[in-house]
Design a binder for this molecule. Structure first.
Ligand code: NDP
Length: 241
């Protein structure tokens, strides 16, 4: 039997590609999502991957959701913290609510999801935690002080936990995607995308969700045990951290 992998925000965008790639690599996959039931149902119908609804911003909901996944599928050995949101605004216009929502989901979500699975990974002496950060957590981005702060925090979390998990056979790594062609990015004005964003990407195009999924499959593998605390940059050459 394959290992059990849980992907947050695993029913759409990059997360959906990660869920599918892990399934194809032999994992038993659970995909969490927040509220878009229609997308989750369409995803399950298409892939056969079971979906679970809760918010990663809610610690108790994460604990209960993880318990449910483990009772259905078995202990979670691979956790992909992919769920994320944007609430963009220039700082002088940013509301406390916009700040909080992004920090709660994109940063505290990693604590809320990893904390309940960590003891089991320590006991079994095996675990893979893969955090999807962002190029904008590495370089900062005007209009995204909330998002960039959370994503930079994800990298600090990754490096600290990597040190704590090392002796217990748990690796913790991050991936920083650049601009990937998902709904999050397609929501950007087309003119801005074509005239300002794509020209900054040396490979001359948006990335594909599958290109991030491939890196996740590499980090999740049993024989990737010496790779921990690292950040894989996947941004078409746009920024070298
Ligand atoms: P999408 O908006 O396409 O999908 C987001 C997914 O996350 C959905 O499945 C959504 O669920 C889920 N989600 C959102 N909030 C929560 C929550 N509170 N609890 C559980 N699930 C939640 O995003 P992308 O695929 O574009 O992004 C995925 C990750 O990659 C994010 O962390 C993002 O910050 C990061 N990233 C994306 C880049 C890009 O260019 N797209 C670039 C760099 C980083 P539901 O369907 O129910 O809404």
């Amino acid at each position: 039997m394959g290992r059990v992998a849980l992907v947050t925000g695993g029913s759409r965008g990059i997360g959906a590609a990660i869920s599918v790639a892990l399934k194809e690599a032999g994992y038993i996959v659970a995909a969490n999502y927040a509220g878009n039931d229609e997308a989750a149902k369409a995803f399950t119908d298409k892939t056969g991957i079971k979906t679970y609804k809760w918010s990663v911003a809610d610690y108790d909901a994460c604990t209960a959701g993880i318990r449910q996944v483990e009772s259905d599928l078995g202990p979670i050995e691979v956790l992909v913290n992919n769920a994320g949101i944007t609430r963009d605004a220039m700082f002088h216009k940013m509301s406390p609510e916009q700040w909080r929502e992004v920090i709660d989901t994109n940063l505290s979500g990693l604590f809320n999801m990893t904390h309940p699975v960590w003891p089991g990974m320590r006991e079994r002496k095996f675990g893979r935690v893969i955090n999807i950060s962002s190029i904008n957590g590495q370089k900062g981005q005007a209009g995204q002080s909330n998002y960039s702060s959370a994503k930079a925090g994800d990298l600090g979390f990754t490096k600290s936990l990597a040190q704590e998990g090392a002796r217990a056979g748990i690796t913790v790594n991050a991936i920083c995607p650049g601009y990937i062609g998902t709904e999050m990015v397609r929501a950007i004005d087309e003119k801005v995308l074509n005239e300002r964003i794509i020209p900054q990407i040396p490979v001359g195009r948006l990335g594909e969700p599958e290109e991030i999924a491939r890196a996740v499959v590499f980090l999740a593998a049993d024989d990737a045990g010496f790779v921990t605390g690292s950040t894989i940059t996947a941004n078409g050459g746009q920024y070298f951290a």
